[in-house]
Design a binder for this molecule. Structure first.
Ligand SMILES: Cc1cc2nc3c(=O)[nH]c(=O)nc-3n(C[C@H](O)[C@H](O)[C@H](O)COP(=O)(O)O)c2cc1C
Length: 171
């Protein structure tokens, strides 16, 4: 299965990256193709609602930022993993912007499955989980394979690694 992982943390060696590394290693071991984009430190802008994608550009976005590298992978992915730290009770800005920009083609055409990997200092998971459930599971129609919530150093714990292994088993 073609899997796209969006890591919304700006920190390459942070807590979210620890969850992403476990997921990637386990999924690759199981034979899946995994593409990871660390969008938290990339130029990912919000949707401008210019509607050029729908009016004239046949599903392509007019904005020339780092989403242009991700769009071709989005079009082919069969599983989407959203990984993000909690910032102010929600997903990070870049994570939300990347989800918004799917508007260019409304839904990921080959998407079948999804998972959510979150880290936080301790509180505020609710809104991020609701966005994932509404946008990715409800709107895009993906099957939820699991949600991992890690507080601080828990992201490197055997317990969280085992939760991720359970998600990979369901792919
Ligand atoms: C701008 C900002 C906002 C944050 N807001 C929250 C929050 O609302 N709730 C919380 O528990 N932690 C919050 N944190 C802490 C991070 O979610 C936490 O340290 C996370 O594990 C960082 O992930 P990373 O190491 O992958 O970057 C915030 C951190 C930053 C920098």
């Amino acid at each position: 299965m073609n899997i796209l992982v969006l890591n919304g943390s700006p920190r390459p060696n942070g807590n979210t990256s620890a969850l992403v590394e476990t997921f990637t290693a386990e999924a690759q071991k199981a034979g899946h193709k995994v593409s990871v984009f660390q969008i938290g430190n990339r130029d990912i802008r919000g949707c401008k609602n210019c509607d050029a994608c729908r009016a004239t550009l046949n599903g392509n976005c007019v904005q020339k930022d780092d989403m242009q590298e991700i769009y071709p992978v989005m079009r082919e992915c069969e599983m989407l993993v959203i990984a993000s730290p909690i910032y102010y009770y929600s997903l990070t800005g870049q994570t939300h912007c990347a989800i918004e920009r799917i508007y260019a083609f409304e839904r990921l055409p080959k998407l079948k499955k999804a998972a959510l990997l979150l880290t936080a200092a301790g509180f505020g998971f609710t809104s991020a989980i609701q966005t994932y459930k509404d946008a990715v599971i409800g709107h895009m129609g993906a099957k939820d394979l699991g949600i991992v919530k890690a507080v601080g150093s828990q992201s490197k714990s055997v317990a969280k690694q085992n939760e991720i292994r359970e998600i990979v088993k369901k792919i």
